[in-house]
Design a protein around this ligand. Structure first.
Ligand code: NAD
Length: 323
């Protein structure tokens, strides 16, 4: 990445529920000082900017929040892609594919042509397919184009485990992998509590790992998104905070290990798709894709999930060759 970047500038494409909540989280954490909204509906984007400017005044902070155009991507440190529409009750993320790809066709060229060379955080669903589309079309390295993937699912997983085993979710290390969608899975052999393997932790607390029903926990994780959509028509707060945590890790060069939707280049025996895998995240974006040891069943689950992503990548880009 060149130095001609405004390190505190974020362009948010899609000034809807997720875009505005991502902006809100960035502002509350003072991560950026310039937010530019791009939206097919500039009046709605201007209204979001106006509302957030009121928030900035209320906080007594000096943020620039405005509507711009694609030339704003040129010197932005972050482009956050949240364009699309909210998921409908009962709809899978994959069912949103056709609509999202149509939208992306009009977005990806202008971002690329602006000379953007910062970090693109892809949120729109289906997240892994969208991220692969962006990776193939933006001409940037995979370290700079990645999706939130299973990061939100992983936060939901830690919350579920916290409720079940009675430990603060901050002290639980557990992730979901694969598709940000119905085929995600939990690599249960990698769950620990403050560094203590889950099995050992449970035996120390007089319980047995077999008392945990991971199929049910995975179902709970998957259904928590759907039930929020059913209740309020979208999810927005959780994903807003996830976007801010990524921006924080990059700006502070945190080098944290988090699951992100990353372009795979042979890792886990997969290529030509993006999927949720643990990555080292720092100033350069994804600094390493980690290939962790998976059990036989976990490898099977990974293969199945990646197969579903691949099928949809091929549907979205039937003639495109991988960059
Ligand atoms: P929304 O309808 O509230 O907002 C979407 C915005 O995109 C609207 O303002 C719309 O005008 C804009 N838009 C549409 N076409 C556009 C285009 N061509 N150029 C620029 N802007 C365009 O929807 P939302 O609830 O904010 O959801 C946005 C996306 O985020 C969806 O794809 C949703 O599924 C996804 N999402 C992902 C996660 C995740 O974990 N990855 C979580 C929640 C939502």
């Amino acid at each position: 990445m060149s130095s001609k970047i405004h390190t505190r500038k974020a362009v948010i494409v899609g000034a809807g529920r997720v875009g505005s909540h991502a902006a809100l989280c960035l502002m509350f954490q003072h991560l950026v000082n310039e937010i530019v909204f791009l939206d097919v509906n500039p009046a709605a984007a201007a209204a979001q900017a106006g509302d957030l400017n009121d928030l900035a005044s209320g906080l007594g902070d000096n943020f620039v929040i405005r509507v711009g155009d694609y030339s704003d991507c040129k010197d932005a440190h972050f482009v956050i892609l949240t364009a699309g529409r909210s998921r409908r009750p009962g709809e899978t993320r994959l069912q949103m594919l056709d609509g999202t790809i149509k939208i992306l066709e009009g977005i990806v060229g202008p971002i690329r042509d602006s000379g953007f060379h910062g970090i693109l955080i892809s949120v729109s669903n289906p997240c892994d397919v969208v991220t692969e589309y962006l990776y193939r079309n933006l001409g940037l390295p995979r370290s700079q184009v990645f999706g939130t993937g299973t990061l939100l699912d992983s936060a939901r997983l830690r919350r579920a485990l916290s409720e079940i085993i009675g430990v603060n979710s901050k002290q639980i290390q557990a992730i979901c992998m694969g598709e940000h969608g119905d085929s995600s899975f939990i690599p249960t052999s990698h769950i620990s509590v403050q560094g203590i393997d889950l099995r050992e932790y449970l035996s120390l607390t007089h319980r047995n790992v077999s008392s945990l029903d991971f199929d049910d926990i995975m179902k709970r994780v998957r259904e928590s998104g759907s039930s929020i959509v059913l209740g309020k028509g979208c999810t927005e707060f959780g994903i807003g905070s996830i976007v801010a945590s990524i921006v924080l890790a990059v700006l502070h060069n945190e080098k944290i290990v988090v699951p992100l939707s990353a372009h795979l280049d042979g890792e886990y025996g997969e290529s030509g798709i993006c999927a949720g895998v643990p990555c080292v995240l720092g100033a350069q974006g994804i600094e390493q894709v980690l290939e962790i040891d998976l059990s036989y069943d976990e490898r099977k689950a990974m293969r199945k999930s990646c197969g579903i992503i691949r099928e949809n990548v091929e549907k979205a880009m039937p003639t495109a060759k991988e960059a």
